[in-house]
Write a protein that binds this ligand. Structure first.
Ligand SMILES: N[C@@H](CCC(=O)N[C@@H](CS)C(=O)NCC(=O)O)C(=O)O
Length: 205
């Protein structure tokens, strides 16, 4: 059994999606972050940075329990545990790494900056908001170009797509308004049609 500690954020949804898509039985423990619900002793004891998502798998490697944080580590863990969503071919796998990192280190921070500027920063600025939005559209544009001649980021459906999807979903409004990211939008429709994605997005609403 896997316990998933999560919230209604893109990082939390990544973990929920991969557990559903890999068919791994799990229980969801959901916290309202803005109410500080995650700041409790049970979660503090398992979360190295006090951040969601975290999974606790009672049947981890070698049958031993494992506790794991970082949304993309959880993507890779579930993939390796089940043998799903990672190509066997070395060259294809390398492409998955590239697009997984693009989602983790380019798209996620660009989206987070929008959230910080709208919700968390002490001084909210319209100019900074515009700057962060343009930056986010630039990195979504990189994904859009990659998807021009393939259905999924690395050709076949992989952890890279599950890393990108929740960030895409939360920024769908600005992507649609930009009107220039048709390949990404069609990919988003393909991802949104998946029952596992739908169930996980609902669970982490
Ligand atoms: N790089 C981490 C980021 C984790 C993270 O920033 N989690 C946020 C929600 S998306 C969180 O728990 N924030 C509340 C806090 O740290 O107190 C990942 O990919 O999992």
């Amino acid at each position: 059994m896997i316990d998933l500690y999560t919230a209604n954020s893109s990082n939390g949804r990544r973990a929920a999606i991969i557990l559903e898509e890999c068919g791994l039985t799990h229980r969801v423990h959901k916290y309202a972050l803005l109410k500080d619900e995650h700041k409790n002793p049970e979660f503090a004891a398992i979360a190295p940075a006090g951040s969601i998502p975290v999974i606790v798998d009672s049947d981890g490697p070698g049958g031993m329990p494992i506790t794991l944080a970082q949304s993309c580590a959880i993507l890779l863990y579930a993939s390796e545990k089940t043998g799903k969503f990672m190509p066997r071919n070395f060259a294809s796998r390398a492409l998955v790494w590239q697009w997984l990192m693009q989602a983790a280190t380019d798209v996620s921070p660009a989206s987070a900056n929008i959230f910080y500027n709208v919700v968390l920063m002490p001084d909210k600025s319209e100019a900074n908001g515009k700057f962060f939005q343009e930056r986010a559209l630039k990195v979504f544009g990189d994904c859009n170009r990659q998807l021009a001649d393939r259905d999924y980021l690395a050709g076949e459906l992989s952890v890279a797509d599950f890393a990108l999807y929740p960030v895409y979903a939360v920024r769908k409004k600005i992507i649609d308004e930009a009107g220039t990211l048709a390949h990404l939008t069609r990919w988003g429709e393909r991802m949104a049609a998946r029952p596992g994605v739908q169930k996980a997005m609902q669970a982490a609403l």
